[in-house]
Design a protein around this ligand. Sequence first.
Ligand SMILES: [Zn+2]
Length: 229
Amino acid sequence: MSSLLPEPSGPGRLSSRMVSIDVYGQLATAILRNDIPPASRVNINAVAVSLGVSATPVREALARLESDGLVTQLHLKGYRTTDLLTQREIRDLWQFRMLIEPYGAGHAATAASPDQIAALEHEINSFTSAPTGSDFDSYQDFSDHDARLHGLILEASGNAIITRAFERTHCHLHAFRLAYNSSAGSATVDEHIAIVDHISARDAAGAAEAMMEHLANSRDRLLPLAKEG
Ligand SMILES: [Zn+2]
């Protein structure tokens, strides 16, 4: 197990809360990188020894990872990592996104406050080019940016229930796990710019249409990377 996980930074003088966050982060990274393969058992004691912590923060981290959909609890047998998304799951998940996000983008165009428009433009300007290689960290930064942007647009639409429903899908986490070792392409950046331009111009129909196009394209970029079924 020790070779499967990043080198522990060691708990040192960290508070117990910081230890929990650190264990969560290291385990999440190991799962996202497929260092702990999909659909495989997570040995709590081995992880604890590997990270130099007790079993308690490992159990806390696994509970959080379960709500992210990255592990599932086995009856009396600890945890296993979930499978990667299948093509069917991607279609279903993106269909859900295509129901709520074009609606959200359209409403953001009419309802966003000047501060929310400024936040969207700031987010867009923070990432003007996509990662060109398959480097884990740079693609993770890009995926985090993508998640923030989609979240900001839904927030600006003014419907907190829709925003929470979107967040609970953890769609970016699962897309990232499937696709971090493939090039994201600059098309995503251009599509994001088009969406935010329409929102800034208060063009509801254009924003909704640009979001729908972006989601259809992102689904089609992801599908070939997933298993059938
Ligand atoms: Zn996006």
